[in-house]
Design a protein around this ligand. Sequence first.
Ligand SMILES: NC(=O)c1ccc[n+]([C@@H]2O[C@H](COP(=O)([O-])OP(=O)(O)OC[C@H]3O[C@@H](n4cnc5c(N)ncnc54)[C@H](O)[C@@H]3O)[C@@H](O)[C@H]2O)c1
Length: 365
Amino acid sequence: MMQKANVLITGGAGFIASHLVDLLVSQGHTVSIIDNFSTGRRENLLHQEGQVHILEADITDFNAIFSYFAGKDIVFHLAALADIVPSIVNPRGYYASNVMGTMNVVEAARLCGIKKVVYAASSSCYGIPTEEFYPTSEKAPSSPQYPYALTKYLGEKTLLHWGKVYDLAVISLRLFNVYGPRSRTSGTYGAVFGVFLAQKLDGKPYTVVGDGNQTRDFVYVTDVAEAFTVAAFSNVKNEIFNVGTGDPQSINKLVALLGGKKVNIPKRPGEPDCTWADIHKIKSMLGWQPKVSFEEGVGKILEHIDYWKEAPVWTPETIEKATEEWFKYLNGRELSTIHPEKRSDEGSTLRDPLPSGLQDERLGK
Ligand SMILES: NC(=O)c1ccc[n+]([C@@H]2O[C@H](COP(=O)([O-])OP(=O)(O)OC[C@H]3O[C@@H](n4cnc5c(N)ncnc54)[C@H](O)[C@@H]3O)[C@@H](O)[C@H]2O)c1
């Protein structure tokens, strides 16, 4: 499409985006980022000093970001509140950054004549697929189970709407479980790698959720960065693609590769036993496929384990506290991903729309 581009990455100081910065700089593109540094870290970009233009701003503030889009060719939109568990207690914050923020980004892109917007969507939109939807293709029904998943899905809908209505060229990449160096170490309880690596450094047992036989489609971060660039520089537009490996791995296998003791903690409602990407579409339409095996990826992450020295070390007790609200709201509330349209006739199987405590709160009791 274009040899050397002027690109803008939102959330550029974050885990995935900082690897995308590395790839784009190495390809000779001019790279700018916008980040509010809420979970992103300046250290993630230190090695690129002088190579990257940085605007410290919040994507929820349209006026603060709009003029920065002028003159750019491509926008990679990765800024979001990305930790799953805290979304249950902060839905307004997640809506602001992930939905409103996304609308601001596509609107600024449209007004500034951006040639392509590539969005980091989430495989969490698939919810808890039933058997016939494994491996899960882009055509599987969507059924977000918690506010993070919902807001990322609404962000995707917004992006595609701008593609359809305003003829903005857009691509949505539904990322599965991305892992690799610099994965988030923020104070909130979150992604399995950050939790386990801090525990390993501290000599504590790994807190394995459930029996550890659940599987995740882990995809290595440099492969994901490549998927973004391939999508951006192709002629394909207005499409959704899964980004995973198609080769799910169990949490117990991860524990075996990391080495050390484990302790089991309660399974979390709202989360599937398996995530498994069908990647035929991205392979055939974009010619992308993952290169890094799970064993190789875990090896690479261990080479950088010092990154997690400052990360919080979670214990079963602190996790229980951090997930208290999650269990309170989601226990027994898993919504089927199949035939969602039938649900309205199944009123008797659904609970009250709001727990009684919340109804009271709404009424000011
Ligand atoms: N990590 C995964 O496995 C995964 C899976 C699916 C989708 N994603 C998506 O990929 C993207 C990157 O995720 P990540 O894992 O690198 O997370 P991250 O937290 O490391 O990166 C997000 C970045 O966005 C910035 N940010 C957040 N809110 C902002 C706002 N309002 N204004 C400006 N900047 C803001 C943060 O400071 C951070 O640098 C996110 O959109 C996330 O939803 C990630």
